[in-house]
Design a protein around this ligand. Structure first.
Ligand SMILES: Nc1nc2c(ncn2[C@@H]2O[C@H](COP(=O)(O)OP(=O)(O)OP(=O)(O)O)[C@@H](O)[C@H]2O)c(=O)[nH]1
Length: 251
């Protein structure tokens, strides 16, 4: 059974900061957000985790393999280098949604996202090394079949983007409702989904659902491992098998 460790990163009191003492230049906010995401991705990725930008003011990570000290170090380093601070909640669960819900509650219980007195919360538990297994994380890497021929080389860049986003929206809702999974758009035509133990039939059904809902055709490679990197890397290889074999789902 999977045992996904999920960390929620929430920028403390960010809304008020963006307009104090006056609204800040949008390009500066975009630069701050993308640099913060890049920093988290480098730190977490070097420890075999994945972080997703999500809404930027709230970023979600799969952190199997990172302990409490790792979390404290990211938090301290961001606090030293950015004009904003981060609160962190970390929890584990057999479904990613359950783990994220628990991680979120830890932060919510400590105060509002816009409470100036709630700063640098670090709450929750991580999985001991002794309890980690190769089945802890399941990752499904979806992509749109022939996005280049169907969209990129045919439509203007914005209309292509709308098609891809429609596929993402249909997939994320289905995977959330039917399977307690968390889906993240990661660029191009790619969506990475953090899943519990799912089977081939579940993935086929998801692909069929997206196709009938929004007429976007996807394929998926699935991997499991002790960390997000291990699972995600296996998923990428499986996706290459889909491309080579013309199949929709490969493990
Ligand atoms: N984040 C991420 N993006 C990728 C990855 N592979 C491809 N992409 C993005 O997806 C875009 C489309 O590439 P492909 O998916 O290979 O192209 P395609 O035309 O859909 O071809 P097939 O997937 O073989 O059907 C690229 O321009 C990249 O932006 C990946 O592993 N991770």
């Amino acid at each position: 059974m999977t045992n996904t460790q999920v960390t929620l990163f929430q920028i403390d009191n960010y809304g008020p900061w963006t307009v104090t003492p006056e609204p800040r230049r949008e390009a500066d906010l975009q630069t701050l957000q993308s640099r913060l995401y890049a920093d988290l991705s480098q730190f977490i990725g070097a420890r075999d985790g994945y972080v997703f930008f999500t809404r930027f003011d709230n970023m979600i990570a799969v952190t199997n393999g990172l302990d409490r000290e790792d979390h404290a170090l990211i938090q301290e380093s961001v606090g030293n280098r950015y004009p904003v601070t981060l609160s962190l909640g970390v929890a584990t669960g057999t479904t990613p949604v359950q783990a994220l819900s628990d991680a979120t509650s830890l932060i919510q219980n400590a105060g509002s996202a816009q409470d100036e007195h709630r700063r640098e919360i670090l709450e929750g538990r991580t999985i001991d090394d002794a309890h980690r297994t190769d089945g802890d994380v399941q990752i499904a890497h979806f992509d749109v079949i022939d996005a280049t021929g169907q969209y990129t080389d045919e439509l203007n860049a914005f209309d292509s983007f709308i098609e891809i986003e429609q596929g993402y929206a249909a997939l994320m809702r289905h995977m959330r409702r039917a399977h307690g999974s968390l889906s993240f758009f990661v660029g191009g035509d790619n969506v990475i989904v953090v899943c519990p133990d799912l089977e081939r039939a579940d993935y086929l059904e998801a692909i069929e659902h997206v196709e009938s809902a929004v007429d976007v055709t996807m394929q998926v490679g699935v991997g499991t491992g002790a960390s997000a990197h291990d699972a995600g890397y296996a998923a990428k290889h499986a996706l290459e098998h889909c491309r080579a074999n013309g199949t929709r789902v490969e493990f």
